[in-house]
Structure formats: C-alpha cells, structure tokens
Design a protein around this ligand. Structure first.
Ligand code: AKB
Length: 318
C-alpha cells in the first residue's frame, strides 16, 4: 500500500517543490498539500489540498485521520528575519506545530515525521569554517533558538517514544519557483530576479559575507533520500548537517555578471547582517554523506545557469 503523506506549509518556498516531487514519487492522490490559506492556486487545484493552521492540533489530527496519513512533513515556520520582528509568533508557530506532529507520532496516529532544522542553530561561538555535526550551538536569533530546541525535542521523542523523526539543517535554499519569505539568505534568490527584471540589485548583506547555500533540486533530493533511508542507517535523530556550496554576495554577483555583463550591484547591509555574521560560512556534512550517501550536484555556476534560464522564461511569459 502506498504511503499517505501530509505536507504542512506546502505553499512555502520548499513546500511547493517538495509537494510536486512527492506527488511524482507517491502519486498525486497520496500527497495532501496544506497551508494556512489558499494563496497558491496551482497547488490548490493540482491535487488534494486542505486549509490547516499548523498551530491547530485538532486540524492536523483530523486531516491525518480522515486521509489515513502515515507521514507528515512539517514545513511551516517563521524564518530568521521575520522571527526577529515577531519573536513570540515565531516561538508559538515553530514550537507548537512541532509538538503537535511529534505527539501525533507518539500516539501512533502517524508513523513518520520530517521536520526541517537550519544552520541557524549555530551562533557566534560555533566554529565558522567547516562547522562539525556536533559542536557549540548558541544561536542568537529566535528562529535559531526554536530550531535548536526543536532538535532536542526530536531526539528526545526518538529516544523516549521511538518516534521515527528525521531532520536536516538546511543552509540557504535557492530556487526559481516560489519566493522565500523572511530569511537572511533570501538575498541569494532576490539577486537573480532583480538581475533579470532590473539589471541591478541592492544587497542587504555586505559583499564578503560567506554563507552555506544549496540549489533547491539538491535540497529536495536530500529530503527525499533521508526519508527513504533505512532507519538503522541513521545515527542522527536531532538534525543532520547538510552542505553543498558556500559563496559571498560578491561571488554570486560575479557569477551572474559573467552571463549578464551589464548587471550592477550595491551593498546596503541592514539588521540581517548581524544574523549572517553569527552563522557558519561552511558546513561539514560528512555524517550525512556516510549515513545515507548524501551528495550534491549543483555548484554556483551550474545553479546560476538554471536560475537565469528559468527566470528569463518566467518573466518573458508573464
Ligand atoms: C533563513 O535565512 O532564515 C533560512 C535558513 C538558513 O534557515 N533560509
């Protein structure tokens, strides 16, 4: 029998592409997309869709029971920059939604959980280069605190109640289908859109701020691979370090400029600079590579080629 999957926060940047990929693998009818509203009509009209507020335990439970869901991907969250503006809302959404899903798994209503963590669990006292899997985590953002605490709870539910929960510490994710919302790494998506639309970009981080990043196709592959990995291969039940590329605003600008010579950039760092400065510049993901054979495919220039081609098509047709 095919697995029945619920994606909470399906209209977000990662949720949109994860829903499409999981529907390819498991069949459209077996993947229920949900979000707090119907803002993404393509998703609403392309398969089962439910309006679910991730903070509402009963709404999640009813959906799982009605559809016989066995696996939940909890993608709803307030990210680092928005979390600094609305700290209590970030705490409320990011923590309560996780407890709801972990508790559904604890009682056996669902069998498996995916929950994304982030490089935001790290902080200024963490080794910045090649950050190890196990290291100092003293995050300075509310978002980072929710992710760090969430990781502890995931591991606790695994150890104490045998909940099959799996997680990845995503770096900044770059994609052309849905925009990210409220993150510190969002500049690396905005820059491609502005290059195509306006030929210039004002970056909210300084030119030499190096951060770990990844193209969406790699992030989706990692998520699917981790969820398909045999349980006894997994040695991490908090969250896996995951890495692909690291670059600075100047380096992504140069990659674009090699393809669009008239493209210009200026730098005007805002409050997100302090967040970026507290995060690692590169990540050691050797445990993920060993446990479930993680490998990335896209480097910066390969990603730039796809981003510019896809966005050119998008803006020409809109
Ligand atoms: C953010 O910038 O807040 C996110 C993240 C790295 O988790 N993209």
């Amino acid at each position: 029998m095919s697995s029945k999957i619920l994606i909470i926060g399906a209209c977000g940047q990662i949720g949109t592409e994860l829903t499409a990929r999981l529907r390819e693998i498991h069949g459209t009818e077996n993947v229920i997309a949900s979000d707090i509203n119907t803002r993404k009509l393509e998703l609403v009209n392309s398969g089962p869709f439910e309006i679910i507020d991730a903070k509402n335990f009963n709404a999640i439970k009813d959906c799982c029971v009605n559809y016989n869901v066995d696996t939940v991907y909890l993608m709803a969250a307030l990210l680092s920059a928005t979390g600094e503006k609305y700290p209590m809302e970030a705490w409320d959404l990011n923590m309560n939604s996780l407890f709801h899903v972990l508790n559904l798994a604890k009682t056996g209503i669902i069998k498996k959980v995916y929950w994304p963590s982030s490089i935001a669990v790290f902080g200024p006292t963490t080794p910045r280069d090649n950050t190890p899997q196990h290291t100092i985590c003293e995050p300075t953002t509310v978002y980072g605190i929710t992710k760090q605490v969430g990781e502890r709870w995931c591991e606790y539910y695994y150890n104490k109640y045998n909940v099959d929960v799996r997680s990845i510490r995503y770096p900044g994710i770059i994609s052309h289908k849905a925009m990210p919302g409220g993150g510190t790494t969002d500049y690396a998506v905005e820059i491609y859109h502005e290059a195509i639309k306006n030929g210039n970009y004002e970056c909210f981080l300084s030119e030499n701020t190096s951060l770990p990043m990844m193209f969406m196709d790699d992030a989706i592959k990692a998520t699917v691979d981790l969820m398909e990995a045999p349980a006894d291969h997994l040695t991490i039940r908090s969250s896996y370090n995951l890495s692909a590329i690291s670059f600075t605003p100047k380096e992504i600008f140069e990659s674009i400029k090699r393809r669009i010579p008239e493209f210009e950039i200026s730098y005007n760092p805002d409050f997100r600079q302090a967040i970026a400065d507290s995060w690692p510049s590169s990540i050691d993901d050797s445990v993920a590579r060993k446990d479930w054979n993680w490998q990335h495919s896209f480097d910066l220039d390969a990603m730039t080629d796809v981003m510019l081609n896809e966005l050119k098509k998008k803006y020409t047709h809109s």
